[in-house]
Design a protein around this ligand. Sequence first.
Ligand code: FAQ
Length: 311
Amino acid sequence: MDQTERFQAIVDAEEKIEPTDWMPEEYRKSLIRQIAQHAHSEIIGMQPEGNWISRAPTLKRKAILMAKVQDEAGHGLYLYSAAETLGISRDEMLRLLHTGRHKYSSIFNYPTLSWADMGAIGWLVDGAAITNQVMLTRSSYGPYARAMVRICKEESFHQRQGYEIMLTLCRGSAEQRAMAQDALDRWWWPSLMMFGPHDTASTHTEQSMAWKIKRISNDELRQQFVDMTVPQADYLGLTMPDPDMRFDEETGHYRFGEIDWDEFWAVVKGDGPMNRERIAAKNRAWDEGAWVREAAAAHAAKHAAAARRSA
Ligand code: FAQ
């Protein structure tokens, strides 16, 4: 058995691959790609919601939203740490994000136009994120799988808080119900796009599933999400913005219309409604935070020198 066969045998036996284990170079690269994209998504994902912290309708809503956005920062940090175990530094990943060479989820390139968007993001975006991420807790790479366990627990709180915002709006005035419907109309299709291209157009799925990085394909996860979410929309009394949506008695699944793939690829390639603003804001925050990083490094060096002297 050569190294590659031994590696695949470990994966097939459902054991975890750990940072010091031998792994194929392509496995390492693909994990860095996926984990870094995921980390960047969490960090860029703070922007659309950060936009509403100062305008939350009550103090309680503001505290909850701040906690959620802080959780997202935390998720980004666990994920950067998991990627670092594969031999890339956090600075390098950030450089690749800031210069447009790393991707992040398409969903965060849409604007947040009303308070109802905070409900729709929690309900739909976090709902889609959990649907995708539960399988990642069983990913073959140990540090990634373990990071995902904690992230999923927090995402489920995020999803509930979003749904609760939607429920409050839907039980409110006609104007509030209209806000909720408008948010669903704008976030539904981009949420479906989060799962990535159709399986037939997905470049990585087959190999990632053989390596058990991914366990379920993009289309299967998208279907799971639709089946879970349509009854939730019914309960809210909202209408799905899809004339082709219907329950198929034979399969027990909801059938839905075709995603606008031209829009998806435009957003992925940097041409979505907010791509430029998101990256500009991220670069600005990085530049404005330079003094904090320098001060922290100087402080750490001072303490290390003092520790050496006393030793
Ligand atoms: N956006 O061959 P596939 C969150 C790219 S976290 C942009 O199917 P794969 C928390 C893909 O990278 C949300 N690009 O790729 C939160 C590839 O290009 P590449 C993020 C996309 O990896 C909530 C190409 O298309 N979650 O929301 C997208 O097998 C609320 C071909 O695609 C994760 O990252 C997309 N939507 O499957 C935060 C989960 N879809 O890399 C704040 C981990 C595909 O060759 C507020 N990631 N592409 O240049 C995954 O599970 C997978 O990477 C997929 C894509 C499923 C995203």
